[in-house]
Each structure stands twice: as structure tokens, then as C-alpha cells.
Design a protein around this ligand. Structure first.
Ligand code: NAD
Length: 380
């Protein structure tokens, strides 16, 4: 079978789903590989780099669809891309089926199969395919770098001949994959880092990374924690305690990185306008929840806002694309690991086993049927 990698259609999307390195691994599984000309250029992979490892470079998307059995890409497919799919072919990309029911319907009518990288079950066996975590890790790191680029001071404290420099104080709200990456980056730059999450079990992880967990004086420490390691909406009483704590911290914190999300809901509002107003001029807020409505009252998605008091609020939603070589490498590896699992005989033939928890969970359309939502995985 041939795997074909499309050039992304979305403006400013610099990632690509196949790298020369991942193609080399996939060829060892018996696949042929092809790429649309220019697909990797924004991520630092030229047509020549692909040709050098035996990947065929084709002029346009039409030709790529024609010769490929498996189409890989990053962003959810556009309608014209779905129209180019045929029964027997498989597309692997992000899909976000809950947010894109119209795409599911078009995908179904194409008769092809669709694997959503965002639906890979978060079980231990599938960690190597967990593209959400790969991208969240990059977003958390990059959030701190963006904050640093907009902050007029050092992160680390210094004693110099010219005077003493205090360390920056960073608060990370939400300690999932992105939050922990942000904590690791901020502490390694020398900032005094605080972190809060509604799931008290992450306190140990936060502290092991050199940050301080912000404890609330609240009887039910489990409030806001759901099963499976995710968050649930907090009770009004818990939320009040949380906001009160943030209000106390706001005048003293230089950088806030917010990453708080609750599955299937808009992002909870946690850093309110009065907290922004209480921060010092030059302080920076990076809101990683901007795409889902934002954790901060003043966030504007995809923009940098400078408030009247000089506080900067950054709502970019494209952090992985801003580090396209790294994110393409990890994403392409996630796809390569998935294809390794579905190619048990290493003869370049995809075996779409709907009995396999991981493949079943990630498959959103199979042979003309919508298979989303999947049943819960049996294995942990
Ligand atoms: P996420 O992006 O859904 O949410 C980010 C964080 O925001 C979470 O830690 C959540 O608890 C927190 N949050 C929600 N509401 C909040 C509030 N009001 N105040 C403060 N924080 C709030 O999370 P994620 O990064 O996808 O991770 C979710 C879970 O999945 C974590 O337990 C993570 O360890 C786990 N996980 C497991 C695997 C695996 O393969 N086993 C892989 C990735 C993640």
C-alpha cells in the first residue's frame, strides 16, 4: 500500500504528518510513501529531503489522493478533501468528531475509513500514539517561551555588580500535560513557580518538578476532579475559594499560564478582569485555553492584547505550528507508531482491526458507518 502525505490547506499551518525519518520507518514496514510537493517545506523538510529517502514527490493533492491508499495529514479534513476519498482508502488526521458532526457525515458518505488522532484512547499501550499529549507538551513549553519574549525581565534571580534582580514569579493554572510542560520550562529558567489544579493528585507531580502546589482551604479536596484523570465543573463554593486565592496572588505574580480544560465544555473562566487589573504593568498572561473560549476574561483568540495597565494577554492557538519541525517530528512518529500496530505482518498492508481497543477508539468512520462515539476501552 502507499501512504500519501497532504500539504495542509489551512493558512499558517506549518506542520506535516510525514517526515523523511518517519517515512524511512514506514518503508521498512513494507509501505511505499508519497508526499505532495511542498508539504514539508514550512516544517523544514524539503522535497529533496523526501526524495533522498525514496519518497515520491507528486505535484498536487489530486494526484496524491489518486495514488495513495492511506492519506495522512494534520488538521481535520476539509470538505473537498473528503470528496476525494474513496471506499477502501483510510485517512489519518486530527478530526475532533464531537465538534465536527458535519465532517462525520461527509466522511461517512465517502465510504472510506477515518482514524482520528485526537480519539486515541489514553491508555498506557497507546501512549506512543498520543498526539494530543505530544502537541500539549509543545504548547506548554512554547507558552513559557512566548511569555518570556513578552516579559521585560529575567526569569531567574541574579546578584550582579549593578544590583540584585529578583526571580520572576510564575503561576500555572491547570497541571495536565501542557501545564506540567509549562511548569518544567518555567522552573528550568529559574522562575519561582506556583501551580494549581482541581485534581489534588497532581500536587506530588507539581512539587517533584520544583514548583509549589497552591492549596485551597476547602474541605472537599476532590471537588472538581472527575474519574479517569480529568476535571469536572467545580461547585460554586469551591470556585469562590479558588477565585479568592487567585485574587490574593494576582498583585505578586509576573506571569500566568492558564491551561485549564474540562472535557466537552467551554474553558472555565478563572483569571477574571479584576485579577488582570491587579497585576503589575509588564506582567504577561498566556492563555492556552483560548481556542475553547479562554480561561482569562480578556483573552482574544489568536491575538496579543495589551491592557490599559500594561499587562499583556496572549491568546495564540497555534503553538505546535510555531515549532513546526519539532511538532511534525513528534506527530509523524505518533502516526508511524499507529501504523506499526496495524501492520503486524510488516508487508505494507493495513489491518484495520476493530476488535483492537486503540484502533476501535480512534476510528470515527468505518466502511460507510459512523463509529463515533466508541465504547469505553476495556484495557487500562
Ligand atoms: P486537559 O487538557 O483536559 O485539562 C488541563 C488541566 O486543567 C487538567 O489537569 C484539569 O484537571 C485542569 N483543570 C480543569 N478545570 C480546572 C480548574 N477549574 N482549575 C484548575 N485546573 C483545572 O488535561 P490533559 O492534559 O489532557 O490531561 C488530563 C489527564 O489525562 C491527566 O490526568 C493526564 O495525566 C492524563 N493523561 C494520561 C495519559 C495516558 O496515556 N495514560 C496521556 C495523557 C494524559
Amino acid at each position: 500500500m502507499r501512504i500519501g502525505s497532504l500539504k495542509e490547506r489551512l493558512e499558517d499551518e506549518a506542520r506535516v504528518a510525514l517526515t523523511p525519518e518517519s517515512a524511512t520507518h514506514l518503508q521498512k514496514l513494507g509501505y511505499q510513501c508519497a508526499v505532495e510537493s511542498g508539504a514539508g517545506s514550512a516544517a523544514g523538510f524539503s522535497d529533496g529531503d523526501y526524495r533522498a529517502v525514496g519518497v515520491e514527490v507528486v505535484a498536487g493533492a489530486g494526484e496524491l489522493f489518486g495514488i495513495s491508499d492511506i492519506i495522512v495529514k494534520v488538521r481535520p479534513p476539509k470538505t473537498d478533501e473528503l470528496l476525494s476519498m474513496r471506499p477502501g482508502k483510510t485517512m489519518i488526521s486530527f478530526f475532533y468528531p464531537a465538534q465536527n458532526p458535519h465532517l462525520l457525515e461527509s466522511a461517512r458518505s465517502s465510504g472510506a475509513n477515518y482514524i482520528a488522532m485526537d480519539m486515541v484512547p489514553r491508555i498506557s499501550r497507546a501512549q506512543k500514539m498520543d498526539a494530543l499529549s505530544s502537541m500539549a507538551n509543545i504548547a506548554g513549553y512554547r507558552a513559557v517561551i512566548e511569555a518570556g519574549a513578552n516579559f521585560g525581565r529575567f526569569f531567574t534571580g541574579q546578584v550582579t555588580a549593578a544590583g540584585k534582580i529578583p526571580p520572576a514569579k510564575v503561576l500555572v493554572i491547570g497541571a495536565g500535560v501542557a501545564g506540567l510542560a509549562a511548569i518544567g520550562t518555567a522552573t528550568s529558567l529559574g522562575a519561582i513557580t506556583y501551580a494549581f489544579d482541581v485534581r489534588p493528585e497532581v500536587a506530588e507531580q507539581i512539587e517533584s518538578m520544583g514548583a509549589q502546589f497552591v492549596f485551597l482551604d476547602f474541605a472537599d479536596q476532590q471537588d472538581g476532579a472527575a474519574t479517569g484523570g480529568y476535571a469536572a465543573p467545580s461547585s460554586p463554593e469551591f470556585r469562590q475559594k479558588q477565585l479568592q486565592k487567585f485574587r490574593e496572588l494576582a498583585p505578586d505574580i509576573d506571569i500566568v499560564i492558564t491551561t485549564a480544560l474540562i472535557p466537552g465544555r467551554d474553558a472555565p473562566r478563572l483569571w477574571l478582569a479584576d485579577m488582570v487589573a491587579a497585576m503589575k504593568p509588564g506582567s504577561v498572561i498566556v492563555d492556552l485555553a483560548a481556542e475553547r473560549g479562554g480561561n482569562c476574561d480578556l483573552t482574544v483568540a489568536d491575538e496579543k492584547v495589551v491592557c490599559d495597565n500594561g499587562v499583556v494577554v496572549i491568546g495564540y492557538t497555534d503553538y505546535p505550528s510555531r515549532m513546526a519541525t519539532q511538532s511534525s517530528t513528534l506527530y509523524a512518529n505518533n502516526i508511524r507508531h499507529m501504523l506499526t500496530d496495524v501492520t503486524p505482518d510488516k508487508q505494507g498492508v493495513l489491518l484495520h482491526n476493530m476488535e483492537d481497543d486503540v484502533i476501535r477508539g480512534a476510528t470515527v468512520v468505518y466502511e460507510g458507518q459512523i463509529t463515533f462515539p466508541p465504547p469505553p476501552p476495556k484495557i487500562k
